[in-house]
Design a protein around this ligand. Structure first.
Ligand code: NAD
Length: 366
């Protein structure tokens, strides 16, 4: 008997409610093709949850997420809630971050793939990305400066100061390093580990531990690179990278930069996974309040996120490839949402893009 996967569906705020249904269309199309069954349970998170319950992560949502095989997430936040005090009440800090923490999702996998059809949408010169681009970021997600304590305001010598604390333990660095080396072993066998070992103590420990873990993967080529240099090299010669391993802060910044290689934030998926739960699957962009409610958001990041859910939560690489190929086929036909359109392209809505990709999955050869 085939397994039914319990998916907690958390659309969130803004374009979250528009893009998540497009990802579900893709999952259903793959399910029908490959005989996978999904049971979807929707719950509130972020601003929508604050309005309804006063909490960005209601207990009911958390329990549902913990009891599911995977969490399929849209985006949270918006001007209505982003200044709430204390900060721990806000959609991201009070909703998404504790959810990642509760799921023990310590590794954020963020592929940056430039599809051939979209090389002109990239902000880089054509020659830098000709022949395609495929980088996998492995970002540490539950430690570092976003979580370290103390994190506060105080008076020092009569002056108001703000303090964030960056903390990393050996075990936190070890487990994310193993994840990066294992991913590299399935790819082109190279890891660039990002740090600021020239100025930060946490980075010096990061470098030591990554080096030690790397000795257990003799076939993987390990290079240490300073975060500022990595930012520059991503624009100068992105093809040198295979897997980029980074801590929470550097990974956050560098993945947004790398998103522009792919043409739009709306193209990039991610999976946040750990060892104890099926994981949290989320596009890397936010709730895009500037375009929300107009059916113009690009759902491809979310649809590719569904592909990652198939690979990691359902152990279904065939389904994952099917989704990716369907996205590529629709792009090759010249269909684009506004954020990635050039002159001559057929501009379609968020919903239409979701339908086209689901149809391409249905039409695809097994
Ligand atoms: P954003 O990612 O929402 O948007 C940045 C820009 O990219 C905007 O111009 C937006 O229109 C565009 N964009 C983003 N996704 C798109 C898509 N799928 N299709 C087309 N265009 C897209 O970042 P922001 O504007 O800095 O933040 C908006 C809100 O989202 C804030 O409340 C922020 O806190 C929140 N946020 C949430 C997450 C998350 O839930 N994971 C991540 C980042 C930001």
């Amino acid at each position: 008997m085939s397994k039914t996967y319990k998916i907690a569906v958390l659309p969130g705020d803004g374009i979250g409610v528009e893009i998540v249904p497009q990802g579900i269309k893709a999952l259903d199309a793959v399910g029908a093709k490959l005989g996978l069954h999904f049971e979807y349970n929707e719950a509130l998170i972020g601003g929508a949850a604050i309005d309804a319950t006063g909490k960005a992560l209601p207990d009911e949502t958390l329990q549902m997420a913990l009891a599911s095989d995977a969490v399929f997430f849209g985006a949270v936040g918006g001007p209505k809630w982003d200044s709430l005090q204390p900060a721990s009440r806000r959609p991201e800090t009070g909703g998404l971050f504790p959810l990642r923490k509760a799921l023990k999702a310590y590794a954020n996998l963020r592929p940056v793939v430039v599809f051939d059809a979209l090389t002109s949408a990239s902000c880089l010169k054509q020659e830098a990305i000709d022949g395609g681009l495929d980088i996998l970021f492995v970002r540490e997600l539950t430690g570092g400066i976003y979580f370290g304590q103390p994190k506060e305001r105080r008076e020092i010598n009569g002056e108001h100061v703000a303090i964030d604390t960056c903390v990393y333990s050996v075990s936190e660095i070890e487990r994310i390093s193993h994840m990066a080396f294992k991913q590299a072993a399935r790819r082109r066998g190279r890891v660039h580990s990002v740090d600021k070992a020239n100025v930060m103590e946490t980075s010096r420990l990061w470098r030591e531990v990554v080096t030690e873990v790397g000795k257990r993967y003799p076939d993987i080529e390990l290079t240490h690179i300073l975060a500022d240099n990595c930012g520059m090299q991503l624009l100068r010669n992105p093809r040198q990278f295979d897997v980029i391993l980074a801590d929470n802060l550097f990974g956050d910044l560098l993945t947004d930069e790398a998103s522009m290689l792919a043409g739009s934030l709306g193209m990039l998926p991610s999976a946040s996974i750990g060892d104890e739960h099926g994981g949290l699957y989320e596009p890397i962009h936010g709730s895009a309040p500037d375009i929300a409610g107009r059916d113009i958001a690009n759902p491809i990041a979310t649809i590719l996120t569904a592909a990652m859910l198939l690979r990691y939560a359902c152990d279904c690489p065939d389904g994952s490839v099917m989704v990716r190929n369907a996205v590529e086929a629709v792009l090759n036909e010249g269909c684009r949402t506004g954020d990635i359109a050039s002159s001559g392209d057929k501009v379609v809505s968020c919903n239409e893009m979701g339908d086209l990709i689901a149809q391409a999955i249905t039409n695809s050869e097994l």
